[in-house]
Design a protein around this ligand. Structure first.
Ligand code: FAD
Ligand code: NAP
Length: 536
């Protein structure tokens, strides 16, 4: 039997990562009553769970942090170019304390359902603790990369050693000293953790399905002078970031790849290489739209990588040949490729020799048995839709969000869906989300939602709901923009290709963060075109 809500609030926020924390702060500052539910025992989201060795941000620390408060960005001092997981989590705890956010968060509590009361235009939110709350607004800050996947490998339960997933790493850490370790997966998490695990392990087997592009991070300590310079220029740095393609303050070349001389091209790639990390894919404006341009970036990358791998046969296995560079997220590493020069590190291509089963002592491929003491899954996430799909969300006439999304996520602006009035997603599918600095992405979304709520209240509306046409048009726009790029040419998690049975749909807005922010601002300025505003 349905239980009556025990309490009424203006807004429920699900999740206490970067997005949920800021949503709580912003809505509370606007005078709304807010409840936040968080499945974990602490704040942090991604940075609470992903504690694997080597975990760091791949957007520079000074950019991968809140911009909404000048006081916060001036007071915190990042110690490295790319902060460790521990430092980012410290930062988030510091923010939660400074803004007194903990008092409004119910930890260790998972939201199970959010059901629309169509008459009252309120959401009934139920938790696994048995609490039932009625809220006018429901804000899903559940994370684009928070539903980790462990592949269903036959015999895994029979393995006698330790099993870990990078996204659920034990808080006390794991000591691999003297152990034989298998790492399955060579995405960003695998590529960050493998060099460090290799430093401890007696023997390391890396099971690779798809070789990946990775660019050295060039991580280093930040000097006091550098920090002072960033702080002095923060306002401009943030302004440029919000206008940029990827939420960082760097602007790539404006001339297409093949219109500059080979020398200039090389110099531009080299400059980005020295900058380090994912921004390599934005060296030239046509790199992600033109195969010839992309090939040039690939050639440069290959030359750099072949130069650091001793055995050409290993290099052949590590160099991708099935997707354009950047069509999957470029990883950011510290000595990843060099790790395979170590005598106790072996690379196994599961494309050539698939994993058939796991038994008590290790992993069986079609070719051999690998005796190991520990298995690390670095196998990624059911991205963008996974966490939302775990919540029973029912909108008008009882329609389930997961049914509405059976053929792929349907949103308007990545923020809302028709049939789900006053339900918002932060960095949801259909927004730039993981294609841009996600802290700034979350801020932009929270600010838009907060402005929208203020508009509703000032104009006497009860609710806002996307029209079906607006959702259809937005989906078409996202698909059409994706078709003009190389993003659709890889089996990436952007397309759901890593989850068996997931519909193959490019789930992001790839027109750039600045362009997207302009579209959202224009929608709001027009009195929320594409939405129906429902009277009280
Ligand atoms: P999350 O941090 O994922 O928080 C969502 C929270 O919601 C979680 O705490 C979860 O427990 C909670 N939750 C979910 N469902 C429920 C439920 N039903 N009930 C209660 N609670 C629930 N992005 C970048 O831009 N730059 C980077 O350098 C970067 N590095 C990354 C490194 C790693 C290892 C990973 C996995 C991701 C990285 N990302 C990066 C993406 C990262 O996820 C975002 O930057 C950002 O941290 C997301 O914040 P969030 O609040 O939206 O979601
Ligand atoms: P991921 O990129 O999805 O990588 C998962 C890896 O596991 C891939 O190599 C995948 O191969 C492999 N895999 C999955 N299932 C497998 C199976 N059944 N058998 C063998 N291999 C299998 O996941 P991730 O590394 O956790 O990263 C996800 C995203 O999180 C990143 O793209 C990034 O946005 C973010 N992240 C960022 C950082 C950072 O540097 N700051 C670090 C970690 C994560 P296929 O490629 O063939 O699917």
């Amino acid at each position: 039997m349905d239980r009556a809500p025990a309490s009424h609030v203006d807004a429920v926020v699900v999740g206490a990562g970067f997005a949920g924390l800021y949503a709580m702060h912003q809505l509370r500052s606007q005078g709304l009553s807010v409840r936040v539910f968080e499945a974990a025992p602490e704040v942090g989201g991604t940075w609470y769970f992903n504690r694997y060795p080597g975990a760091r941000c791949d957007v520079e620390s000074v950019d991968y942090c809140y911009s909404f408060s000048d006081e916060l960005q001036r007071q915190w001092n990042w110690s490295e170019k790319y902060a460790t997981q521990a430092e980012i989590l410290d930062y988030m705890n510091w923010v939660a304390d400074k803004l007194d956010l903990r008092s409004g968060i119910t930890f260790n509590t998972r939201v199970l359902s959010a059901i629309l009361d169509e008459q009252a235009l309120r959401w009934t939110v139920t938790t696994d603790g048995g609490e039932v709350v009625s809220a006018r607004f429901c804000i899903m800050a559940t994370g684009a990369l928070s539903a980790a996947i462990t592949p269903d490998m036959p015999g895994l339960d029979s393995f006698a050693g330790e099993v870990h997933h990078t996204a659920h790493w034990p808080h006390e850490g794991v000591d691999f000293t003297g152990k034989r370790v298998a790492v399955i997966g060579t995405g960003s998490s695998g590529i960050q953790s493998i060099p460090i695990i290799a430093e401890q392990a007696r023997q390391l087997y890396v099971f690779q399905r798809t070789p990946n592009y990775s660019v050295p991070a060039g991580n280093r300590a930040l000097t006091a002078e550098e920090l002072a310079e960033v702080k002095a220029g923060y306002a401009e740095r943030r302004r440029v970031s919000f206008r940029s393609g990827g939420g960082s303050p760097y602007v790539g070349a404006t001339t297409p790849t093949m219109q500059v001389s080979p020398e200039e091209r090389r110099a531009a790639f080299e400059k980005r290489w020295q900058l380090g990390g994912v921004l390599f894919s934005k060296t030239f404006p046509d790199q992600m739209t033109d195969l010839t341009a992309n090939e040039e970036a690939k050639k440069f990358w290959e030359e750099k990588i072949r130069a650091v791998i001793d055995d050409p046969r290993v290099a052949e296995l590590l160099i991708p040949d099935d997707h354009p560079i950047g069509a999957k997220r470029i990883c950011t590493d510290s000595n990843y490729f060099q790790t395979f020069n170590k005598p106790h590190v072996a690379l196994i291509s599961v494309r050539r020799t698939p994993i058939e089963s796991i038994d008590a002592t290790g992993i069986n491929t079609t070719d051999a048995h690998f005796d190991v003491d520990a298995i690390v899954f670095a196998t990624g996430f059911d991205a963008l839709t996974g966490a939302l799909g775990k919540i029973d969300i029912a909108g008008r006439v009882g329609e389930r969000l997961r049914d509405d999304w059976a053929d792929g996520p349907r949103t308007y602006l990545g923020l809302t869906d028709d049939g789900f009035p006053n339900l918002f997603m932060i960095t949801g599918p259909g927004s730039p989300a993981v294609l841009a600095n996600m802290v700034l992405g979350a801020e932009a979304h929270v600010d838009w939602i907060a402005d929208c709520i203020r508009y509703l209240d000032e104009n006497g509306y009860a609710a806002i709901e996307a029209t079906p046409d607006a959702v259809d048009n937005w989906l078409a726009e996202c698909a059409q923009r994706a078709e003009t790029t190389l993003f659709t040419k890889a089996n990436s998690w952007y397309l759901g290709a890593n989850v068996p049975g997931k519909p193959r749909v490019f789930m992001l807005f790839c027109g750039g963060f600045g362009v997207y922010n302009d579209i959202c601002a224009e929608v709001a300025a027009s009195g929320f075109k594409g939405f129906e505003l429902l009277p009280r």
